[in-house]
Design a binder for this molecule. Structure first.
Ligand SMILES: *Cc1c(COP(=O)(O)O)cnc(C)c1O
Length: 486
């Protein structure tokens, strides 16, 4: 039984006199009174213990402030919460505060490398290795055999050499950092020649001209938006040129009357003039994915073509943790490692642990161990074999007026792979006579009873693409859909 009682507020429309107001406020219990009750009550005891005294008290203060405010504004007595309601409000607020902000969602969009949804999901293997390195000491920068200080990139450099043909490789926070570091190390105060057709923006503020300016390098644009030939680069070279840059146009395509020199030509020019050639490859595919319908250049091909340095992301097509890899000729990589900014941009042991596991899967040819690669390589038929029973089971739980249709469509690779890179999939199209696609989308995101579900809407129809839904998530997804459509 609650000892304090807020139910006894006088029934009134508005506080007319100061005395009335004081009478009302006197009935609002103190923080201590409520706290004692909350910490003792059977239903809330455990929560109070988890939250601790400080958090509980601050939540109570927030709630009391709201009550005082509504009383001051002339709220009627009945709308002021009683003791039980206050206790429930405290519990709700504490639960909200304790709930993690970063939490899992179900990605039913079919966009495999969805930047807003965390790009590449890691394997259980990688997660296990992260946990092992996180909770214990490790040889992160320690050479066990020599009993001396080591380098943190020793854990991944052999694998990168094997998988890409690079002499050496170091790892930084992301590819944006990698590009910045290359420019800052090799071309600060000097010129970098780049085609006007490659002055791109990747999104979220990554623009080549701006990164260049921040790095201290000077941009020397050549050619035109749609056509650049090798003679354009050649004419721009001077004793001020320190780097030839090639940028992979990740998220757009110039079609029609276009021309670009091959990387071979650019590399030949660079080598003739003794100017290093650097390619920002963006996604950084380690293996040929054309058989899966993805025509992204592989890192190895850039070195075969003669690039001296290549940078790429760890969490795009590579399928690993967020990281940026700087790979290439040892003498350049070593200079970059010496840059004091490398120290500011390097990765931690958790990233290295996940990256090593991911690269190991490539070395063993165990591509299906990498979740994003498994998803990308799934055929539309394989997805159909899941979508069809999924739709049948779901249909049985749905009210009249809901139509589910299994149909052919496309998934997007995303994550700044080749523009509009699509692969055939099988979709479950959901239509309700009661709710619009937008309303369903909102219900699926916001329901508190289940994991948020993120979907795609196409032509006012809600689409479920099981390519990006883990099989073990299917029951939760079906439950969420059934609840939203009920
Ligand atoms: C994605 C991308 C980047 C940025 O990579 P992050 O790992 O997201 O920092 C840079 N350049 C290109 C060409 C890209 O596609």
């Amino acid at each position: 039984m609650l000892k304090y009682r807020v139910v006894a507020f006088p029934v009134q429309k508005r506080l007319k006199t100061k005395a009335e107001g004081n009478a009302l406020f006197r009935q609002i219990p103190s923080v201590d009174e409520i706290l004692t009750e909350f910490a003792a009550a059977l239903q809330t005891r455990e929560l109070a213990q988890t939250a601790g005294r400080e958090m509980t008290a601050s939540v109570i203060r927030e709630i009391l402030a709201a009550i005082r405010k509504s009383a001051r504004n002339g709220a009627v007595a009945e709308s002021i919460p009683n003791g039980h309601e206050i206790q429930a409000a405290i519990a709700r607020k504490i639960q909200e505060k304790l709930a993690p902000s970063l939490r899992p969602v179900i990605n039913a969009t079919g966009v495999v490398l969805h930047t807003n949804l965390g790009r590449a999901p890691l394997s259980a293997n990688a997660a296990g290795r992260i946990a092992a390195s996180a909770t214990r000491y490790s040889n992160l920068e320690y050479d066990i055999a020599a009993g001396a200080r080591g380098k943190r990139d020793a854990h991944t450099s052999a694998a990168f050499a094997e998988l890409t043909g690079a002499e050496s490789a170091i790892v930084v926070n992301n590819n944006a950092a990698a590009v910045f570091l290359v420019l800052n190390t090799l071309a600060k105060g000097a010129e970098v020649v780049v085609s006007r057709g490659e002055l791109i923006e990747i999104g979220d503020g990554f623009r080549i001209p701006e990164i260049m300016a921040e790095s201290g390098a000077r941009l020397r644009e050549v050619g035109t938006t749609n056509r650049t030939v090798i003679a354009d680069y050649e004419r721009a070279l001077s004793h001020e040129t320190h780097l030839l840059l090639r940028v992979h146009p990740s998220n757009f395509k110039i079609v029609g009357f276009t021309k670009h020199p091959e990387l071979e030509e650019l590399a030949a020019l660079g080598h003739k003039k003794r100017i290093p050639v650097f390619e920002d490859l963006g996604s950084g595919c380690l293996i040929d994915l054309t058989s899966a319908g993805v025509g992204e250049p592989v890192v190895r091909a850039s070195f075969v073509a003669g690039a001296d340095l290549v940078t790429f992301s760890g969490d795009k097509l590579l399928g690993g943790p967020q990281a940026g890899i700087i790979a290439g000729k040892r003498k350049f990589v070593e200079r970059i490692r010496q840059n004091p900014l490398f120290r500011a941009l390097r990765v931690d042991k958790l990233t290295i642990a996940a990256l090593e596991v991911t690269l190991d899967a490539y070395r063993r040819g165990a591509l299906d161990e990498i979740p994003s690669l498994r998803m990308i390589r799934m055929s539309a038929q394989e997805i159909h074999r899941r979508a069809s029973p999924f739709a049948d089971n779901l249909r049985a739980q749905l009210p009249k007026g809901v139509a589910l249709e299994v149909r052919a469509g496309f998934s997007l690779i995303g994550g700044g792979s080749t523009p509009g890179q699509k692969v055939p999939t099988t979709l479950v199209a959901v239509r309700s006579s009661q709710y619009s696609a937008l309303e369903l989308d909102e219900k699926l995101r916001k329901a508190t009873s289940h994991v948020p579900v993120i979907v795609r809407i196409e032509k006012k129809t809600l689409m479920i693409d099981l390519r990006t839904v883990f099989e073990e998530e299917e029951p939760a997804l079906a439950g969420a859909l059934a609840a939203a459509l009920a």
